[in-house]
Design a protein around this ligand. Structure first.
Ligand code: HEM
Length: 199
């Protein structure tokens, strides 16, 4: 799953985000009125999406706990800046159909991250891990949506295609982590049961 996500991120970076470096590109023209908002949204957003991946590595957590803590703080700070600013970006851009999608995504990202922070501060490590599993997909929506939109059949659907993809990916980010967490717990209890009956 990580490899597929990595390839999607690379595709989005090379085909879309690199055009931000060209001042005549469509995206730069689109954001010409709000360059500072876009920087305040995009830079911490990119930091969160990059650092978030490493936070799930058990090897990194076990060997370099201090690094995990520092990167975790940067992740939380990045979310606290990027998510609220994204709502201002959505308000400033002419895309009324997707304004509420941005609000839901931003609220989901902030509340899951804040809950993960609360859990680690109160020593609930397992719940902290689970809430981080719920937080990161809200960031991953950025990559997944932009990786799907260039599919020709979807591109041909126009605004309807964009709205369908954005809402479907946000909905998936909302339920998929809870589904994975529940199945991991079921598998763990089955393993424990087998060990008990074998003993
Ligand atoms: C709560 C989560 C997020 C929301 C609600 C959100 C919302 C938005 C919106 C509304 C736009 C303008 C799209 C348009 O041009 O019509 C945008 C653009 C952008 N966002 Fe986000 N975003 C989120 C997360 C992220 C993350 C995690 C990153 C990290 C890479 C990111 C980086 C960017 C960048 C670089 C742009 C400008 C280039 C582009 O549209 O591809 N955003 N975002």
């Amino acid at each position: 799953m990580l490899v597929v996500f990595g390839l999607m991120a690379l595709f989005v970076l090379l085909t879309r985000e690199m055009t931000l470096l060209d001042s005549h590109s469509f995206l730069r023209q689109r954001y010409a009125q709000i360059p500072w908002l876009m920087l305040a949204h995009g830079v911490p957003g990119a930091l969160a999406i990059f650092l978030g991946v490493f936070q799930f590595s058990s090897r990194l957590r076990q060997r370099y706990l201090q690094l995990h803590r520092v990167m975790g703080r940067i992740y939380v700070g990045s979310v606290a800046i990027s998510a609220p600013v994204s709502v201002a970006v959505a308000m400033a851009l002419p895309l009324p159909t997707l304004f509420m999608a941005s609000v839901i995504q931003a609220v989901g990202w902030v509340t899951t991250t804040a809950t993960a922070l609360y859990c680690v501060r109160t020593g609930k490590i397992q719940q902290h891990r689970e809430w981080m599993m719920r937080s990161y997909p809200f960031a991953a929506v950025f990559v997944v949506v932009r990786a799907i939109l260039p599919i020709p059949a979807i591109e041909r659907m126009g605004v309807f295609g964009i709205a369908t993809v954005v809402w479907s990916v946000i909905a998936t980010a909302c339920f998929l982590p809870s589904f994975v967490i529940a199945w991991q717990a079921l598998a763990a209890s089955r393993r424990a049961e087998k060990v008990r009956t074998a003993a």
